[in-house]
Design a protein around this ligand. Structure first.
Ligand code: TXA
Ligand code: MG
Length: 327
């Protein structure tokens, strides 16, 4: 596919690739969320990601590649099922955890012998990766534990001038982070649910893949920490049945609140700011982080989020809200 970019965007992609080669930090769009990128082969550059994010050093970052032919430069002993998923879902919202190649810096892998790899499908990310021609180490472009960025402006708000260059690529179409599959062991497992569902993955594999139970302390996935993907305002998940009662409690205590719900407002009150979210999971995911950012700066006592459906399509969103909930 040939992408037609404006001359300004073509120039910006070129500049971003040059900056990466110089060991600088470049934020770039992907179809999931914005990434905070550095040359994965340059440990000094990768170290800058950790200090910009305030991220613990033992926390691995994903390496983004432009093409599946580059996989062998970064990973070894790729199991046939992993390859099947790669061929089916890349470019796309899938990250595979594989056995790392020997040369890969332990800064990238958080000291583990595995590496997370993803080939993103966003045309601007693809063009950047082609132009740079190497691996781009990139976590989500947010301060550690905070809500991921789904627009370039969010990245600027998070980092200011700490990021050397922000590549503008519009809104991220998906809006939540990739599905992570551990494929470094014989039995594949989902470590982080995402836009690609367990069912879609199981269908490709021809057997049912399980999600990680909370007992695997060896693998450090940020979503496993007590609080993640979180706004600063305390967030609480409330069932549809209890919503009205909880709202009324806050109001009678004279506390201002935000409600994020797929229903239209159940009541109106000066202390209540109601956000009506899309009914379907795709649009909900697209909007969620931007809405959380918007209401987080309004100085409310709490954000009440109406509980989401149990169905497979909502698993990743339920996971993110659960992680964002105050503990
Ligand atoms: O959609 C996404 O995955 C976005 C875009 C920018 O690609 N990236 C992203 O990165 O969400 P980050 O760092 O915020 O989350 C990636 C997760 C982290 O929890 C990290 O611990 C885990 O992937 N991870 C990376 N490499 C790993 C490895 N070798 N073993 C286990 N977990 C790994
Ligand atoms: Mg993140």
């Amino acid at each position: 596919m040939i992408e037609m970019f404006s001359p300004a965007l073509t120039q910006a992609i070129q500049t971003a690739a040059d900056f990466l080669r110089e060991g600088k930090l470049v934020a770039f769009p992907t179809e999931t969320v914005y990434g905070l990128g550095a040359d994965a082969a340059n440990p000094d550059a990768v170290a800058k990601i950790f200090s910009a994010k305030g991220r613990p050093a033992d926390h691995p970052v994903i390496v983004h590649l432009g093409d599946i032919s580059q996989l062998k430069n970064w990973a070894k002993e790729i199991n046939p099922d992993a390859l099947l998923l790669a061929q089916h879902f890349w470019p796309g919202a899938l990250t595979l955890i594989l056995q790392k190649a020997d040369h890969v810096s332990s800064l990238v892998t958080g000291g583990q012998d595995t590496i997370g790899i993803r080939i993103p499908g966003h045309p601007v990310a693809q063009a950047l990766l082609k132009s740079f021609a190497g691996g781009i180490a990139a976590p989500s472009a947010n301060r550690f534990g905070h809500v991921s960025a789904t627009q370039a402006i969010h990245v600027r708000e998070e980092f200011g001038d700490v990021v050397d260059f922000i590549l503008e690529g519009g809104d991220c179409a998906i809006g939540i982070e990739s599905t992570i599959v551990a494929a470094n062991t014989e039995k594949l497992r989902i470590l982080r649910p995402g836009a690609i569902t367990g069912k879609q993955i199981s269908d490709v594999l021809g057997y049912s893949i399980s999600s990680m139970l909370g007992d695997d302390k060896k693998i450090r996935v940020s979503g496993n920490l007590a609080s993640h993907y979180a706004p600063l305002t305390p967030l609480r998940i409330v069932s549809r049945e209890k919503l009205r009662g909880v709202i009324e409690e806050f109001i009678s205590d004279n506390k201002s609140i935000v409600v994020i719900s797929r229903q239209s407002p159940l009541l109106t009150h000066p202390l209540l700011y109601w956000v009506t979210m899309p009914i379907d999971n795709k649009n909900y995911a697209h909007d969620l982080y931007a809405k959380l950012r918007e209401v987080d700066v309004q100085n409310h006592t709490a954000i009440l989020v109406e509980e989401l459906p149990q169905e497979e399509n909502w698993v990743a969103l339920r996971d993110r809200l659960h992680k964002a909930e105050m503990k």
